[in-house]
Design a protein around this ligand. Structure first.
Ligand code: PMP
Length: 344
């Protein structure tokens, strides 16, 4: 077995070049070959390492940032963790304005990575001065030598994936990829990766994954913002209640919507059958593959790549908790065996 025996100067050198791993069991009966781009292999355990590093290094190139300066963002999720990690190595302060809905675990995780966390009330509107958007904007205006990452509206988010994820997948599939399947949140992953891939071969089909309760699929089809599409859902990091400029809707061929319940079961199935411990949206991407397969999308010879954005460890109190699954009613309709703990 080949092992990576290289020595690295710091953890940032391990960002990107994530493995493409064949899905052997879950797609065994499907036409075509199916691969996962497993982004949990990034040192911050998600695809967001790529954008954190790219956006911060771009600010350095433009002379906006010098050591001791401050990076600001509004997220308690993967992006916050990645920015905190990059900030440590490069010597920046990291400020994250998060919603009071964020779990204590998530806030502790960000603090463990040295971030200064501002917890802002969740119940106020986005333009309220106390909202995490407004707090981040104000801190950015007031802090000399600060960069506001603003991932939903930053073109460098697309750029990061255009320069890394896209070329990696092209090389790993030796130019044979026929379909790209990626969850869309900010849209940076799908838009940047698709831009590179379509430049190599415009026939590659680009399929976005959206959540029920999000406006993206409808907006893609109508270019109209339909408020009725928006309602609460559980998957984090997928779908949106606004239209991000970091999404290039023209490059996406089609969106598939997936449910909270089926995505949660799909993530658990990937862990148990493929031995890949992945996050909730990886389950969403897998669920999209299942639905597309049922719709007859794939044929023999196809090479399908799905992006699996993050690691399962971030969801221990959610999809990997039988108690949580039960509370959501996710075990009601589907008789799924859970593994009993044996008290000895
Ligand atoms: N999955 C997870 C877990 C995420 O955190 C995100 C980012 N919001 C996505 C998928 C979607 O990636 P992108 O923002 O690049 O569309």
């Amino acid at each position: 077995m080949k092992k990576n025996i290289q020595v690295f100067d710091n953890v940032l050198q391990l960002i990107g070049n994530t493995p493409l791993i064949k899905l052997n069991r879950m797609t065994a009966d499907y036409d075509g070959e199916f691969f996962a781009k497993v982004e949990a292999f990034n040192p911050g355990h998600s695809s967001k390492d790529r954008i954190a590093l790219h956006i911060i290094e771009e600010a350095e190139r433009q002379g906006v940032l010098t050591p001791g300066d401050t990076i600001i963002e509004t997220t308690s999720g993967n992006t916050g963790f990645s920015i905190a990690m990059v900030s440590i190595i490069k010597g920046y302060k990291c400020i994250l304005a998060v919603s009071s809905k964020s779990s204590a675990d998530k806030i502790d995780m960000l603090k463990s990575m040295g971030a200064q966390v501002y917890v802002c009330p969740a119940h106020v509107s986005a333009d309220d001065p106390r909202s995490y958007y407004e707090v981040a904007k104000r801190l950015h205006e007031e802090t000399k030598g600060s960069v506001y990452i603003n991932q939903y509206f930053n073109q460098l988010n697309i750029d990061a994936h255009y320069h890394s994820t896209g070329p990696e997948i092209w090389e790993q599939t030796e130019g044979q990829i026929t379909h790209l399947i990626a969850c869309s949140g900010t849209g940076g992953t799908i838009s940047g990766t698709a831009k590179y891939l379509k430049e190599q071969n415009p026939n590659i089909k680009i399929i976005g994954v959206d959540a029920y309760g999000s406006v993206l699929k409808k907006y893609h089809e109508t270019r109209e913002f339909d408020h009725d599409e928006i309602y609460p859902y559980r998957i984090e990091g997928l779908g949106k209640n606004l239209i991000p400029t970091a999404t290039d809707f023209d490059i996406i061929d089609e969106f598939v919507k997936v449910t909270d319940e089926e995505s949660a079961h799909a993530a658990r199935e990937i862990s148990r059958t493929e031995g890949l411990f992945v996050g909730y949206t990886s389950g969403a991407a897998m669920q999209a593959i299942k639905q597309l397969n049922e719709a007859g999308e794939f044929k023999p010879g196809d090479k399908v790549v799905a992006i699996f954005p993050d690691h399962g460890s971030r969801y221990m109190s959610k999809i990997y908790s039988d108690k949580w699954m039960d509370e959501q009613g996710f075990f009601d309709s589907k008789k799924v065996s859970t593994i009993e703990t044996i008290q000895y």
